[in-house]
Design a protein. Sequence first.
Length: 184
Amino acid sequence: MTFARTLCVVISLLCAGPLAAQEATPETMDDVAPTSASFTAPDVGPETNMPLPRYVSLKAKEANVRRGPSLTHRIDWVFKRRDMPLQVIAEYGHWRRVIDRDGQGGWVHYTMLSGVRTVIVDQDRMALRANPSDTAAERAELEQNVIARLGDCEGDWCELTAGGYSGWAHRSVLWGVDAAPAPN
């Protein structure tokens, strides 16, 4: 389903009133939980003029994930992990369509999201190094699924802070940051 078609479905449901919006089914909304690979978005969001897709984090300790961009849409599940990184793939009014690292998601009100960048560690016992180098001293080991605050990235390395420790880690073992740009 294209973004324009999704927008038309949402607008028609909103204009039809709450009863029609409650009767919306996965068949009428096509792909309810798209993956980033199956969803093509515009370069910038129509509401914020910020890049799409982009990473944000969950500001609240709980946030309802809805089937569509309004309070009348069914809650599919609840995100329950403060600071969890999410990827914004679409915007509509005060709503942001987000996905998590598993490609699952839906519509979340923008007040539940923060611009503070975080990442999830995708490797067990990942070394947090003193400098962006494989030979740098190891400051700590982070377990898989730890959420860390993202600092600067230099090439294949990103600076992280987690559990009172800070250091550098390979981008390739982090979810919530894009791959390093190709060298010119």
